[in-house]
Design a protein around this ligand. Structure first.
Ligand code: UTP
Length: 309
């Protein structure tokens, strides 16, 4: 069983400044829910009972979100509108939330290591809250299944264009078992295109053996001046542990930067049974405007560029 998950949320979110000066990026909404709630929902669907959220300064609203709110409950009940918070109330009632403070944002590997004392000697799921995966099946449920069957570490991967490999951790494949299941030979953090062993990039879902904490404890600062989780998993591999990779099904959104969050919002609305028609009609109306705008592109370029948004 894998029942505990780490959600590293201690980063500074500089790509969203100034929005993230006091607001955690994990709380930025995709349509009507904060990004981190999608992650927790995927966790619940995958059998996770306890979420260890690694936080830092200015992150306390995450704790408020995953907590009871009796005044709001009473107010919504009096207005017959309790369904507005039904989903989050159920999560709060049935899951445990534990918060660990990362004293300094020294990287993803360090954030995961910070949760060591609450995980114990059992495999743990790790979710990066920036990676939102919309699809029919819960990605983490697939990873957990492979981890239990093969008694191994598992990472989620996605094919990326070769020219983008240096933005990701990349796996080399030892053996392919099916179109979506691989045994991993090596993991390289942000390789140059010429050094990349494949174009299979690690995305933010992992199931890791508890040995990862010992490896992270010994880990030195890696690529980008941070303690890298990919480097630690590579160490696990070298120490004789098996690592498998599962290719994700569904659409992944990197909501760690404004354009990715915007795309996730649009696509979510387009899939929403009640709102799809409205957003589609709106996008179509933009398309007409866009054709007009293209005709005047030069004239428009300046005013649009100088608009204060
Ligand atoms: P990112 O590098 O995408 O997040 O880390 P960041 O550092 O907050 O973002 P930018 O680059 O400044 O915009 C991926 C995840 O790991 C967490 C982040 O909160 C994010 O969810 N993280 C990162 C930590 O918890 N601690 C860290 O030291 C670094």
């Amino acid at each position: 069983m894998v029942t505990k998950a780490i959600i590293p949320a201690g980063g500074l979110g500089t790509r969203f400044l100034p929005a993230t000066k006091s607001l955690p990026k994990e709380m930025l909404p995709i349509f009507d829910k904060p990004a981190i709630q999608y992650i927790v929902e995927e966790g619940v669907k995958s059998g996770i009972k306890s979420f260890v959220v690694v936080t830092g300064r200015n992150k306390s609203v995450i704790e408020d979100h995953f907590d009871v709110h009796p005044e709001l409950d009473a107010f919504l009940e009096s207005k017959n509108k309790s369904e507005l918070i039904e989903g989050i109330s159920k999560i709060v009632a049935t899951s445990n939330f534990i918060y660990v403070r990362q004293k300094e944002p020294l990287g993803l590997g360090h954030a995961v290591w910070s949760a060591k004392h609450v995980i114990g000697n059992e495999p743990v799921a790790v979710f990066l809250p920036d990676d939102i995966i919309m699809g029919k099946t819960a990605t983490m449920a697939q990873l957990v299944q492979v981890a239990l069957q093969e008694k191994c570490n598992v990472v989620a991967v996605q094919e990326v264009p070769m020219e983008d490999v240096s933005r990701y951790g990349i796996i080399g494949v030892r053996k392919q078992f099916s179109p979506n299941l691989f045994q991993v030979k090596e993991l390289v953090e942000k390789p140059r295109v010429s050094d990349a062993p494949s174009n299979l990039a690690i995305v933010g879902r992992y199931v890791l053996s508890p040995k990862i904490f010992d490896v992270l404890e010994q880990q030195h600062i890696g690529t980008g001046g941070e303690i890298q989780l990919t480097d630690a998993i590579q160490e696990l591999l070298l120490s004789g542990e098996k690592v498998f990779a599962v290719k994700i099904q569904g659409e992944r959104y990197d909501t760690g930067h404004p354009m990715g969050l915007l795309k996730a919002n649009i696509d979510y609305a387009l899939r929403h049974p009640r709102h799809a028609e409205t957003i589609l009609a709106y996008l179509k109306s933009l398309d007409k405007d866009f054709v007009v705008m293209q005709g005047k592109a030069d004239a428009l370029a300046k005013p649009v560029g100088s608009l204060v948004l």
